[in-house]
Design a protein around this ligand. Structure first.
Ligand code: GDP
Ligand code: IMO
Ligand code: MG
Length: 432
């Protein structure tokens, strides 16, 4: 059963989109299983450079079926814009399917997200402001609107009306802002339904058929394990389970079907938004300037919000924890080339908390901000790696660095990425 869940191992932006784009030609189906347009997955291939927010990164392969699974929350306006953009670039969208069970982001979700952030003041989470948290909250409160509802005006109206009434009480009375107009909202979402109709379907049989055929299926994660609502640095997390358990839940395959969990990790760390980041480097640190890669198309700037990403050394304490809670057994390590010019590279191998050394992250933010990272240093390789396609042609120091990451994380190496383009890839161990 070649079913592989590909998940972000850190705080998102590990290069998941780019790995999925490379792997898609080997897969019959790619299912994006969670998150929404808080995600930004950069793909660079012969069609151009893309920042995908909702469409699975397997869309560029001419034979792969691509599914937006029911674990995703969809802003239909953003999705339609993304589809139009892809069509203009000559990308075939006929194999794109949207689960009719996927929840829909409504205008009041976006307003609520932004007002909640405003009111958090100094304790803000640094959300992407895309309505993600409120949409998942409404799904759990059983007042969500689903993609299938957009295709049936009567159902949409009967589900939407009481929700809009309740939301408008909150918006006008609690926040003192304008109400959301019921009729306009309803009509706009009916129109979105018409635009997306050809893609929205019950994807269950499609997925089961490929499972029965033993086809290679890739489950594409968004966000990262450390943003997980249970395992992440709560409350500085997203509102969904981006890990392996979420992959099963959000795509509609049973957990026993997943053969392998591939963790995508950057060769260093980044984080966008607020929250603890033990190995963070100050902006003035010259190493941070190297990691930022300013002036390049792959500079560390958020693909969705354009915010600068916070930068730091690889945190093996977090990475091992992430591998443990998700059962990561194989790794894709990206952005190795970013380290090419560093004479010395640090890896955090433990945390010091008072007089104690700990090797697992504390569960509370209050304790996480108190720890001091303990570093091990490794020599850099000071050689460009982007042109290399064979692991054994990498400089010895780079091989040693990768081997050390695998040892610390506790998983074998599958893929090394040495540049942003599709073919800047070194295959070490196949997963399918
Ligand atoms: P995702 O959200 O996990 O798909 O990752 P993002 O697309 O948000 O961020 C990854 C960034 O790194 C993008 O700008 C990619 O083009 C770039 N990238 C991915 N892999 C590599 C790599 O191996 N080397 C370099 N230099 N850039 C990479
Ligand atoms: P990809 O798929 C990086 C972060 C936000 C914020 C927190 C909560 O591109 O890796 P939300 O809008 O989800 O309520 O914000 O989560 N975040 C991401 N950071 N990459 C992402 O996605 C992210 N999706 C959410 O910055 O800190
Ligand atoms: Mg991203």
């Amino acid at each position: 059963m070649p079913l592989v869940a590909l998940i972000g191992g850190q705080w998102g932006d590990e290069g998941k989109g780019r790995i999925v784009d490379w792997m898609a030609s080997r897969a019959a189906m790619v299912i994006r299983y969670g998150g929404g347009n808080n995600a930004g997955h950069t793909v660079v291939n012969k069609f151009g450079t893309f920042k995908l927010h909702l469409v699975p990164s397997g869309i560029f392969d001419p034979t792969t079926m691509n599914i937006i699974g029911h674990g995703v929350v969809i802003d239909p306006k953003v999705l339609i814009e993304e589809l139009d953009m892809l069509r203009e670039h000559g990308v075939d969208l006929s194999r794109l399917y949207i689960s009719d069970r996927a929840h829909i982001i409504m205008p009041y979700h976006i307003i609520q997200d932004r007002l909640q952030e405003r009111d958090r003041g100094d304790n803000k989470i640094g959300t992407t402001g895309r309505g993600i948290g409120p949409a998942y909250a409404d799904k759990m409160s059983r007042i969500g609107i689903r993609a299938g509802d957009l295709l049936d005006q009567e159902t949409l109206l009967s589900r939407l009306k009481p929700v809009v009434e309740e939301k408008n009480q909150i918006l006008t009375r609690l926040y003192g802002v304008k109400a959301v107009p019921m009729t306009e909202t309803f009509l706009a979402y009916v129109r979105y339904g018409v635009r997306l109709m050809e893609h929205i379907t019950n994807v269950h049989s499609m997925v089961q058929r490929e499972l029965a055929r033993d086809s290679a299926i890739l489950l594409e994660g968004a966000q990262g394990a450390l943003l997980d609502v249970d395992y992440g640095t709560y409350p500085y997390v997203t509102s969904s389970p981006p890990g392996a358990a979420g992959a099963a839940q959000g795509s509609g395959v049973g957990p026993s079907r997943i053969r392998s969990v591939m963790g995508v990790f950057k060769a260093y760390s980044t984080r966008v938004g607020e929250g603890p980041f033990p190995t963070e480097l100050s902006d003035e640190d010259p190493n941070a300037e190297v990691l930022r890669q300013s002036g390049t198309p792959w500079a560390e700037v958020g693909a969705t919000t354009g915010r600068p990403r916070r930068l730091g050394w690889f945190d093996a304490v977090m990475a091992r924890y992430s591998a443990e809670v998700n059962g990561i057994d194989i790794l894709a390590i990206t952005k190795l080339d970013v380290l090419d010019t560093l004479p010395t590279i640090k890896i955090c191998i433990a945390y010091r908390m008072g007089d104690e050394l700990i090797d697992t992250p504390p569960s509370s933010v209050a304790n996480l901000v108190k720890i001091e990272p303990v570093y091990e240093e490794m020599p850099g390789w000071l050689t460009p790696t982007t042109g290399i396609r064979d692991f054994y042609r990498l400089p010895m120091q780079a091989q040693a660095y990768l081997a050390r990451l695998c040892e610390l994380i506790g998983a074998r190496l599958g893929i090394v990425s040495v540049g942003p383009e599709r073919d800047h890839t070194i295959l070490v161990n196949d997963v399918f």
